[in-house]
Write a protein that binds this ligand. Structure first.
Ligand code: MN
Length: 724
């Protein structure tokens, strides 16, 4: 790296900052660059470039977002304390307290490794939130840092390491970017990570996008022209753009809606930028007057913004050329906020740090609260993911206070969102003045009144329908303490009874003497363990009075039952389903082939155990007259050890290699073909039924989507009896 090339990078950066902030502290930025160049010295990146290219590139990403000089300086210095001999004290003395504090925050974030086990993850997540709750700029620098590292990911040799980084990006940083409204960064992070994590799917979507683009550019251009004309005719000064969706957003949509992308409208959306809020609604009116709108898809995020500040009107119409098109309407300012989120707000709030005191960042506090009250890391991570990915509904208290909840939330979620105490004492709810079941899903604009009773407490049933982390963690916490005290009482009674039959009496001292033998810390622990069955009562009695059992030979009967038990145990396959009656035989319905991860229902057959169907199986119709045969079941979470059969129907073009392409794609999806049946054949197409072995519904859908992206495969659907 020559001195002059280094000068160029520095000059470019200074020029870029000067273009939006002529009064910035040029001297301080230059000193920061010198500092980074000096301390990183001869360090190299994986690409072979000098290390300080990286902090300068990170600074440049932030300068593109027009951030203030201090954020830029923090970016330039962000790796010096972590990776060089420079100390925080050096930074404080040369750049002041504020920068030193920011660099320290970024350094702390960098030290967090998310790929470790779950337990550490939750703690790490807490650290992350604490660091960013002090000044959100710490997160901005970290996100830019991650973005540059993702852009240069290919230079890392070890696939394992690349994968871990991509995973962390997808699970932690992209959702955080979304949470603070940085759409553009979120999109780029997701696409880079997607390419690393599922290269096969990425490639097929990109090539499919290219194909559709070739055939569709003209249509898109004509549509833009038509929309421009429409708005210009009524004197709305608008800019109309078409934009292609990103590969990852197309993939997500395929997964979520379980459909393929066949037409241009699936990949191109239109955006209209106007000058004022009023014009947004005028433009909307013109468009709805000219084209048929599709009501389910209409969203007005201008009157009720998303909780990350996003504003826009979304509508889908049957546009010119009779194609469905998606249109977003917004002002220029809304557009900036949509693309850059908090960074755009920054421009309007010069100098003041963004902290979790700001209303908009209250979620940071809420997440912290949840971490501190969750029982285990898995519970916490599951909860935060839920919160991060859901869309929002906005509801009101009787006093008119706005409560934002994830879509699908119920009055119980609402109650806990208002206050923990309200949630705990909730017994019923009025939605828009009518008493409604507590499991009702709330809709935008609902007014919710919670009916409370002092003696009430959370019910176990709530656990199955609430969706907010706060409600879920509070309910589980309550049930856990309740269960513990129940088991404790039960365990004590069990031991007392067992001792009675040996003509002995229970004293706590006796139990204390055997604590160590069972690896327990307290007498109560032993009681609870006996109560919930983890320690058999006989073991306790034996430990207390070993002499009584010394000479006892097992009776013939107990040997026989022992054998019988043993035999039975081997026969018993553990079924990862909750809600089954122990010992009941089960089988999976051949009509719908239920897979782990989807909703299921059990039907009791007299003498033949339980048949498990998917909850949307058509065959269930025939049991509606006998509700007593239905049982509520649910898959355990994370069932991945076993293999299940999913059945699908594919229509292939009758071309050489079509079947081979199908088989290859299934293999790329890491699934096995178990059975193939050709059911229909014509000169153009043939139809096959395919059984494949998968882990769960997600895996199954993943394979279906991979197949859909293939050109020779005309269509793929899940196959069910009676639903061809
Ligand atoms: Mn870095």
């Amino acid at each position: 790296m020559s001195e002059s090339a280094n000068q160029d990078i520095a000059q470019d950066l200074l020029k870029k900052i000067g273009s939006y902030d002529p009064d910035f502290d040029k001297d301080a930025v230059s000193r920061a660059i010198e500092f980074a160049v000096k301390y990183h010295g001869k360090q190299k990146r994986h690409s072979g470039d000098p290390y300080y290219y990286h902090p300068l590139a990170v600074a440049s990403i932030l300068a593109d977002m027009k951030l203030d000089g201090r954020t830029i300086i923090t970016a330039i210095l962000h790796d010096t304390v972590e990776d060089t001999t420079a100390t925080l004290a050096d930074i404080t003395s040369q750049f002041g307290e504020e920068i030193s504090r920011l660099v320290d925050g970024v350094t702390k974030l960098t030290k967090i490794e998310f790929q470790s086990n779950n337990e550490k993850q939750a703690e790490n997540y807490r650290k992350l939130l604490v660091a960013i709750s002090e000044d959100i700029r710490v997160l901005l620098v970290k996100l830019a840092d991650r973005l540059h590292n993702m852009r240069t990911l290919q230079h890392i040799k070890k696939p394992e390491k690349r994968r871990n980084i991509a995973h962390e990006t997808m699970e932690i940083y992209a959702p955080l970017a979304e949470r603070i409204g940085m759409q553009k960064i979120k999109d780029e992070l997701q696409n880079l990570a997607f390419n690393e994590l599922n290269p096969e799917a990425y490639k097929s979507i990109v090539s499919r996008l290219e194909y559709l683009r070739e055939s569709g550019t003209e249509v898109a251009d004509r549509t833009v022209a038509r929309l421009n004309e429409l708005l210009n005719n009524v004197d709305i000064n608008a800019k109309v753009f078409s934009r292609e969706k990103t590969p990852y957003s197309v993939w997500l949509k395929m997964q979520r809606k379980n459909m393929g992308f066949e037409q241009l409208s699936d990949i191109i959306a239109f955006r209209i930028i106007v000058n004022s809020n009023k014009e947004c609604y005028r433009a909307l009116g013109e468009i709805h007057a000219a084209f048929h709108m599709i009501p389910e898809n209409f969203k007005d995020y201008i009157s009720t913004p998303k909780n990350n500040g996003y504003q826009s009107i979304h509508t889908v119409v049957v546009g010119p050329e009779q194609r469905k098109i998606e249109i977003q309407i917004r002002t220029k300012e809304m557009h900036e906020i949509a693309e850059m989120g908090v960074a755009a707000h920054w421009l309007y709030k010069q100098g003041k740090p963004y902290t979790s005191d700001d209303r908009q960042y209250r979620w940071i506090r809420e997440l912290l609260y949840i971490i501190e009250h969750a029982s285990g890391p898995e519970e916490f991570l599951e909860n935060t993911k839920l919160e991060m990915y859901h869309d929002q509904v906005f509801c009101f208290t009787p006093h008119g206070d706005l409560i934002a909840l994830p879509r699908g939330a119920t009055p119980v979620d609402f109650a806990f969102a208002v206050h923990s105490e309200v949630g705990r004492s909730c017994v019923g709810a009025k939605i828009n003045s009518r008493i409604m079941p507590l499991r009702t899903q709330l809709k935008n604009g609902d007014q919710v009144e919670i009916i409370q009773s002092k003696s009430a407490h959370p019910s176990q049933a709530w656990e199955h329908f609430v969706i907010t982390a706060k409600a879920l963690s509070e309910i589980r916490r309550f049930l856990r303490t309740q269960k513990k005290s129940q088991y404790l009482k039960l365990g004590k009674e069990i031991i007392e009874k067992a001792l009675q039959s040996e003509n002995e009496e229970l004293h706590e001292k006796m139990i204390e003497a055997v604590l160590e033998k069972f690896g327990k810390k307290s007498v109560d622990d032993i009681y609870s363990a006996v109560g919930d069955g983890t320690i058999p009562r006989n073991e306790v009695v034996k430990a207390l009075f070993p002499e009584k059992f010394k000479n006892k030979k097992p009776s013939l009967l107990s040997r026989l039952t022992g054998m019988a038990k043993k035999g039975k145990k081997e026969e018993k396959i553990s079924v990862p389903i909750m809600g089954l009656i122990p010992g009941m035989a089960i089988h999976y319905a051949g009509c719908c082939h239920p897979l782990p991860g989807e909703r299921i229902i059990g039907i009791v057959n007299s003498g033949r155990g339980v048949t498990i169907h998917t909850s949307d199986c058509i065959e269930l119709e025939q049991y509606v007259e006998s509700p007593e045969r239905w049982i509520d079941l649910a898959w355990e979470k994370n069932v991945t050890e076993s293999v299940y059969v999913g059945r699908l129907k594919a229509v292939l073009t009758n071309k050489k290699g079509a079947l081979a392409a199908l088989a290859n794609t299934v293999a790329k999806g890491e699934a096995n073909i178990n059975n193939v049946r050709i059911v229909n054949r014509s000169s153009d197409f043939f139809e096959i039924i395919l059984d494949i072995e998968v882990h769960d519904i997600e895996h199954f859908n993943n394979v279906i989507n991979l197949l859909k992206a293939k050109k020779v495969i005309h269509s793929v659907t899940r196959y069910r009896e009676g639903n061809h």
